[in-house]
Ligand binder design. Structure first.
Ligand SMILES: [Zn+2]
Ligand SMILES: [Zn+2]
Ligand SMILES: [Zn+2]
Length: 146
């Protein structure tokens, strides 16, 4: 059983067909999916699952910090990203909009500090840095030469 199915069960949620189908689609999607992608994927995995159940499941997975909606690039609809182990990290290039994934975190100490100081229980984070990727810095350097 996948970690995400396990977490749903531990949180007291039944593994309904809709939940299983949505998880399967997201887990096989390479990290980022729009709700439209999820709807298309679920229609292939289990055509009996309705649109409303897909959206309810995405809300549930968001509440459980299994996924997180985020806006990448110029998309008008959010992308859902998986939070494996409770985190997901991006560097987004503000020039070409490419998204660079990285594993380094270093936020554990801040999380512990916040939990103590603000009496919150943290379940995950989505970290996004913004800047210029290596390619765009080169292009900008060339353009600035004249
Ligand atoms: Zn770039
Ligand atoms: Zn990502
Ligand atoms: Zn992290």
């Amino acid at each position: 059983m996948s970690d995400h199915r396990e977490r749903l069960k531990l949180a007291g949620y039944k593994l309904t067909k809709a939940r299983l189908a949505v998880l399967q689609v997201i887990e096989h999607a390479d990290g980022h999916v729009t709700s439209a992608d999820v709807l298309d994927g679920v229609a292939l995995v289990d055509p009996a699952v309705g649109r409303a159940s897909v959206f309810r499941t995405l809300d549930l997975l968001t509440r459980l910090s299994i996924v997180r909606p985020t806006y990448i690039g110029t998309s008008a609809t959010p992308y859902y990203v998986l939070l494996p182990g409770g985190h997901h990290h991006h560097i987004i290039c503000t020039v070409c909009s490419r998204v660079i994934e990285f594993a380094e975190c270093g936020l554990e100490n801040i999380a512990i500090l916040l939990e103590e100081r603000l009496k919150v229980k943290l379940t995950g984070h989505l970290l996004e840095f913004y800047g210029q990727c290596a390619d765009c810095q080169d292009k900008i350097a060339v353009n600035n030469e004249d």
